[in-house]
Design a protein around this ligand. Structure first.
Ligand SMILES: [Zn+2]
Length: 92
Protein backbone atom coordinates (compact mmCIF):
# COMPACT_ATOMS: atom_id res chain seq x y z
CA UNK A 1 0.00 0.00 0.00
CA UNK A 2 2.90 2.30 0.72
CA UNK A 3 4.13 1.93 -2.80
CA UNK A 4 4.71 5.29 -4.34
CA UNK A 5 6.15 5.77 -7.75
CA UNK A 6 8.71 8.26 -8.88
CA UNK A 7 6.34 9.64 -11.44
CA UNK A 8 3.74 10.29 -8.76
CA UNK A 9 6.34 11.78 -6.47
CA UNK A 10 7.49 14.30 -9.00
CA UNK A 11 4.52 14.94 -11.24
CA UNK A 12 0.93 15.97 -11.05
CA UNK A 13 -1.30 14.77 -13.83
CA UNK A 14 -3.19 17.78 -15.08
CA UNK A 15 -5.90 15.86 -16.85
CA UNK A 16 -7.66 18.94 -18.11
CA UNK A 17 -4.67 19.98 -20.22
CA UNK A 18 -3.18 16.56 -20.84
CA UNK A 19 -0.06 17.64 -19.09
CA UNK A 20 2.30 16.37 -16.44
CA UNK A 21 3.34 19.12 -14.07
CA UNK A 22 6.54 18.88 -12.09
CA UNK A 23 5.51 19.42 -8.49
CA UNK A 24 8.75 21.09 -7.55
CA UNK A 25 9.34 23.28 -10.57
CA UNK A 26 5.69 23.89 -11.44
CA UNK A 27 6.56 23.35 -15.08
CA UNK A 28 4.54 21.40 -17.55
CA UNK A 29 6.74 18.59 -18.80
CA UNK A 30 6.11 16.72 -22.01
CA UNK A 31 6.41 12.93 -21.79
CA UNK A 32 9.49 13.05 -23.99
CA UNK A 33 11.12 15.49 -21.58
CA UNK A 34 10.40 13.65 -18.35
CA UNK A 35 13.59 11.68 -18.30
CA UNK A 36 15.94 14.52 -19.08
CA UNK A 37 14.07 16.86 -16.74
CA UNK A 38 14.40 14.49 -13.81
CA UNK A 39 18.04 13.84 -14.50
CA UNK A 40 18.97 17.44 -15.08
CA UNK A 41 16.77 19.31 -12.67
CA UNK A 42 16.44 16.75 -9.90
CA UNK A 43 19.55 14.66 -10.20
CA UNK A 44 17.86 11.33 -9.96
CA UNK A 45 19.48 8.23 -11.34
CA UNK A 46 19.06 7.30 -14.95
CA UNK A 47 17.32 4.11 -13.95
CA UNK A 48 14.75 5.97 -11.87
CA UNK A 49 14.30 8.59 -14.56
CA UNK A 50 13.72 5.82 -17.05
CA UNK A 51 10.99 4.20 -15.03
CA UNK A 52 9.38 7.54 -14.27
CA UNK A 53 9.35 8.40 -17.96
CA UNK A 54 7.77 5.06 -18.73
CA UNK A 55 5.08 5.62 -16.13
CA UNK A 56 4.25 9.09 -17.35
CA UNK A 57 4.05 7.81 -20.89
CA UNK A 58 1.27 5.52 -19.70
CA UNK A 59 -0.80 8.35 -18.33
CA UNK A 60 -3.89 8.74 -20.38
CA UNK A 61 -4.40 11.69 -22.65
CA UNK A 62 -1.08 13.44 -22.34
CA UNK A 63 -0.13 15.65 -25.23
CA UNK A 64 3.16 14.65 -26.77
CA UNK A 65 4.14 17.82 -28.56
CA UNK A 66 4.23 21.40 -27.39
CA UNK A 67 2.16 22.40 -30.41
CA UNK A 68 -0.74 20.36 -29.08
CA UNK A 69 -0.90 22.17 -25.80
CA UNK A 70 -4.18 23.80 -25.02
CA UNK A 71 -3.06 25.76 -22.01
CA UNK A 72 -4.87 29.07 -22.26
CA UNK A 73 -2.00 31.52 -22.15
CA UNK A 74 -4.25 34.50 -22.55
CA UNK A 75 -6.73 33.56 -19.94
CA UNK A 76 -5.57 36.23 -17.55
CA UNK A 77 -6.21 39.04 -19.98
CA UNK A 78 -9.47 40.91 -19.80
CA UNK A 79 -11.92 40.15 -22.52
CA UNK A 80 -12.86 43.10 -24.65
CA UNK A 81 -16.46 43.19 -25.65
CA UNK A 82 -17.03 46.87 -26.07
CA UNK A 83 -17.28 46.81 -29.86
CA UNK A 84 -20.52 48.51 -30.81
CA UNK A 85 -22.81 46.30 -32.78
CA UNK A 86 -22.44 48.30 -35.98
CA UNK A 87 -23.16 45.27 -38.11
CA UNK A 88 -26.61 44.90 -36.74
CA UNK A 89 -27.38 48.48 -37.63
CA UNK A 90 -25.95 48.26 -41.13
CA UNK A 91 -27.27 44.79 -41.79
CA UNK A 92 -30.38 45.89 -43.65
ZN1 LIG B 1 11.19 19.64 -11.89
Amino acid sequence: MAESSIADDYFDHLVEYGLAICKECRYGILPSQVKSHLQRAHRISRKQADSAAEEVSNWVGLVEYASELLVPEQVAQPIKYSQPSVYHIMGG
